[in-house]
Design a protein around this ligand. Structure first.
Ligand code: PMV
Length: 311
């Protein structure tokens, strides 16, 4: 039996603008994981059986829909590994990550599947190859992904990411306490991404200017993170949020949670990921974490995660 796992992720700064060539910063959330177990099939069965009890799915690979995301991750991995002969294995996938919420659940599933299958077959892959396969899986479901999700999840390190460039691993020199509030509104990444594209096509000057402003925020944030000064990181998060709101990517639920976190003493708060639902994150001092958590629950958060960012 082989076990492998992959972390969730949060985008600290720069989502959406990253699709248009600006930099973004994302961190892995190693406490929130997806695990994949690979074992031999029960006698009498053949093929690749995929079980995902969290989402009540159980199917054989050769019977899966062409666009099933779990099946795609398995197929792409087997192709990369050059597996031609029929394979008889049982994959079980467990995830602690809510789906379509900005926590990188699809990248985590892909990376964990790739790691588990390649280890099981005795052909472990380089992290760059794992990221590349996970990107190919993201492309099948998200249209035009920037590649930040598969990169941060595959490397499991904080990344400064520019589309079509090798991710730069950054050293965060200070403790960062984040609180993540889940609106409970699931939102497929493609919806806000496509909406933004339509708006940008109608008004490229305004939107292009906003993307550049976000890029400047990301660069300032990187300097602060590397210098270990969280002084105005919260303010940068708030400025990034204003721009995301201007672009129409926030929502009433997100606004409610962001306001509650700030009023309870968070240093800054913003949506994270695709927006229009999903999660928000707040930067807090350790001694205000509990107060912010309580405020988020009172403001309607369906789940709250308190996490310290890996360095
Ligand atoms: O919501 P998520 O976790 O899929 O993050 C999407 C991030 C975007 O910048 C909006 C899209 C992308 O491909 O980078």
């Amino acid at each position: 039996m082989t076990l492998a796992s992959a972390s969730g992720k949060a985008i600290l700064f720069g989502e959406h603008a990253v699709v248009y060539g600006q930099p973004a910063i994302a961190v892995p959330l190693s406490q929130l994981r997806t695990t994949v177990q690979v074992e031999s099939l029960d006698p009498g069965m053949t093929g690749v059986l995929i079980d995902a009890p969290n989402i009540s799915k159980s199917f054989l690979l050769h019977e899966a829909d062409g666009d099933d995301p779990l099946a795609s991750a398995v197929r792409l991995t087997l192709d990369e590994l050059g597996v031609k002969a029929p394979l008889d294995v049982h994959l079980t996938i467990h995830s602690q990550l809510p789906i379509a919420s900005g926590l990188g659940s699809s990248a985590a599933v892909s990376v964990a599947v790739i790691r588990a299958l390649s280890d099981h077959l005795g052909k472990p892959l380089e992290v760059e190859t794992i990221s590349k396969i996970a990107y190919a899986a993201e492309c099948l479901h998200h249209g035009t992904p920037s590649g930040i999700d598969n990169a941060v999840v595959a490397y499991e390190k904080p990344v400064y990411f520019i589309r079509e460039h090798k991710p730069e691993l950054i050293q965060i020199s200070t403790r960062l306490n984040l609180i993540i509030g889940d609106t409970g509104v699931s939102m497929r990444t493609t919806i806000p991404v496509n909406l933004l594209r339509e708006r940008w096509e109608k008004d490229p000057v305004t939107y292009g200017g906003w993307f550049e402003e976000i890029g400047e925020i990301v660069k300032e944030a990187r300097t602060m993170l590397e210098a270990g000064s969280i002084g105005s990181l919260g303010t940068l998060m708030n400025r990034n949020q204003v721009l995301l709101e201007d672009m129409g990517l926030s929502s009433l639920e997100l606004q409610r949670l962001i306001r509650a976190a700030r009023e309870a003493g968070a240093l800054g708060a913003k949506l994270s990921g695709a927006g229009m639902g999903g999660i928000m994150l707040a930067l807090v001092e350790l001694d205000t974490a509990q107060v912010v958590e309580t405020a988020l629950i009172k403001a309607g958060a369906k789940q709250v995660f308190i996490t310290e960012v890996d360095r």
